[in-house]
Each structure stands twice: as structure tokens, then as C-alpha cells.
Design a protein around this ligand. Structure first.
Ligand SMILES: [Zn+2]
Length: 328
């Protein structure tokens, strides 16, 4: 199955996106970290847009998106992404009197500068939050379009909007304090849509792709029950924190527990590419965080910065069994 993933979309880049701190407090640097993850996966996103009729590209746009994909896949040179604030550097992002979300040069590998001031727009309640994964993909597609020598803003705005709309339709985001899920479908003309999920662990410093190992952890006896010839992908829905989630590991460190529904897509017919969503599970994810509670001289407790230490476990529960007490 892992091979299949690599073939399907080169999705399993190590999305270990370290980002510079210093933005804590104004959104925690969340959008910056997420944008780097989107950049790591942009090749997959634009490729899926290119092959899916749902993305609605013209033939010129398709040619352009193939060039963008080729730059992203080659990763040589890799375009650095730098974050800067128009407020701190007035005029840096202002082009023809308009403050832009990002800017770059018309050559492959050029640095992409992203305007931090526009990464945390105010929502309907007035609270500020990061722009969506889909919007980040649209923004980056626009910038990589410039790298292919395209100067026209209108052309790239339209292309970015199409990628963004495609992703909004195909992706859902569940952002939690510590775990994020990206659900999406890859599209292949021969097999149709195949569901996939990527799971991210977020701590105070990094956003780490922790999806690897999940497919191998699915209990084999259950695969048999489903008449499933081969699992090819999965979606994670309704992921939420389990009560008492930040449990002490016994040594002063912290275990985060989250639970949600896992839907597994299977190949169901031999000699065909027929894929259907078949198995349904409760999935519990436990992640160990290096974070200690420190009691100060004044008796007040505070936590040290959280650092994911690479230890995770996946458990699967059959919640249709009334004797299963771990479901809730
Ligand atoms: Zn532009």
C-alpha cells in the first residue's frame, strides 16, 4: 500500500516543516507552519487538479500547471519560502499600489515571500484564524506560476482560484490543538476517486506528518471480514480530543489522545480497479509529547514548551460491540 501511495501522488514527503518562532501569540505561527506543509504537498495538489475534470482547467492552464508540477517534483532548486510583515516592512509587498499576499521573481527556484499580515484574517466573529489549506494552495500555485515566466496577475489569480476551489471541494480540515487531519481524494481516470487522509501532529515547534504506519496498524482479521482484497486509502472523520486527553505518561511527560472514525477504502474485485469505501472503525490516536509541568515557588503550575517526540500509537475499536467500553 505504501508503494501505491508513492505512485499515486508522491504524497509522503517528510512534511517535517520547522519554522522560525517569534510569531507565538499572534496565532502561534500556525498559518506559517501549515503553509510550509501545503508547500511540501503542492505537487500532489496541482497534479490532482490537472488530471481531474472537476478542476475545470483550460488547455493553456493545464500546460502551465504541468510546468509548475515539474518544478515542484524536481525540487532542484527548491524555492525558499520566507515570511515577512508588510506592517514591519512598508511597501515590501506593494505592487502597483496594491498590497499583495505574496511575491516572487520570474525564475524557477526564486524565493517566495509571503505576507504574514494577510495570513490571519478575521472570521465572522471577529476572531482571527489562519487562512485555509485550500487558500494556501491557491496562493502558492499563483507564485509558482510566476516561476514559469508568467507575469500576468489575472491569469495566475484565476489559476490559483481554480486550485483553491478544487481543494475546498475535495478536502476537509479538522484542526485541533495537537492533531490535524487533511482528508482528500486523489483522482485517476482509470479508477476514479480514491480517498486518502494525512494526519499531522503539531507541537510548539513543528508540524509533523504522522500518517505513516496507520495503514499497517489496521487489524488484518478485520480486513478479511470486509471482503477487502487490498486497502488502498482511508479517511478520518470527526476527530476529537478524548476526555482526560493530556494524561501523564507516568514520568512527567504527556500523552495526547484523540479519537475519530476511520473509513477504509478497499479494492473489492480481482482483475479490476474497482474501489469502494468499505470498513468503518473507531480510531484512537495517542501521541507522546515531551512537556513537563513545573511548579513554581509561588505554587503556580506551568508547562514547558511542547515537543512531539516521535512516539505514537494507533488503536482500533469495534464500537458496534456493546462490550467495548473504550468507545464513547
Ligand atoms: Zn502575482
Amino acid at each position: 500500500m505504501k508503494k501505491q501511495w508513492v505512485v499515486m501522488g508522491l504524497l509522503m514527503f517528510a512534511a517535517q516543516a520547522a519554522w522560525a518562532g517569534g510569531e507565538k501569540g499572534s496565532g502561534g505561527g500556525t498559518a506559517e507552519a501549515q503553509l510550509l506543509v501545503v508547500a511540501d504537498n503542492l505537487a500532489t495538489f496541482v497534479q490532482q487538479c490537472g488530471v481531474s475534470p472537476a478542476c475545470g482547467l483550460t488547455s493553456e492552464e493545464n500546460t502551465l500547471i504541468q510546468k509548475i508540477w515539474a518544478e515542484l517534483i524536481s525540487r532542484n532548486p527548491v524555492s525558499p519560502i520566507e515570511f515577512r510583515s508588510e506592517g514591519e516592512y512598508p511597501g515590501f509587498f506593494t505592487i502597483n499600489g496594491v498590497v499583495r499576499a505574496a511575491k516572487t521573481n520570474l525564475v524557477r527556484g526564486a524565493t517566495i515571500y509571503v505576507n504574514q499580515d494577510l495570513l490571519y484574517p478575521a472570521g465572522p466573529t471577529g476572531a482571527r484564524g489562519p487562512i485555509s489549506f485550500a487558500a494556501m494552495a491557491g496562493l502558492l500555485t499563483h507564485e509558482y506560476g510566476h516561476h514559469q515566466g508568467v507575469e500576468d496577475e489575472g491569469t495566475l489569480n484565476l489559476l490559483g482560484a481554480k486550485v483553491q476551489a478544487f481543494m475546498s471541494g475535495s478536502y476537509s480540515e479538522v484542526f485541533r490543538q495537537d492533531l490535524s487531519v487533511l482528508n482528500f481524494e486523489t483522482y485517476d481516470p482509470a479508477t476514479g476517486a480514491t480517498p486518502h487522509a494525512q494526519l499531522f501532529q503539531r507541537d510548539d515547534y513543528t508540524l509533523t506528518d504522522i500518517t505513516e504506519g496507520l495503514e499497517e496498524a489496521i487489524p488484518p482479521e478485520s480486513k478479511k471480514d470486509w471482503l477487502c482484497l487490498k486497502p488502498v486509502g482511508f479517511l478520518i472523520r470527526n476527530l476529537h480530543s478524548v476526555r482526560g486527553a493530556a494524561a501523564d505518561a507516568g514520568d512527567g511527560y504527556v500523552i495526547h489522545r484523540s479519537q475519530g472514525n476511520l473509513e477504509v477504502a478497499c479494492l473489492v474485485m480481482k482483475d479490476s480497479n474497482h474501489i469502494t469505501t468499505f470498513g468503518r472503525y473507531q480510531l484512537r490516536i495517542s501521541v507522546r509529547i515531551d512537556q513537563k509541568l513545573i511548579i513554581g515557588k509561588d505554587g503556580m503550575g506551568s508547562f514547558t514548551p511542547a515537543k512531539y517526540n516521535g512516539v505514537k500509537t494507533f488503536e482500533f475499536f469495534d464500537c458496534t460491540d456493546p462490550k467495548e467500553t473504550r468507545c464513547h
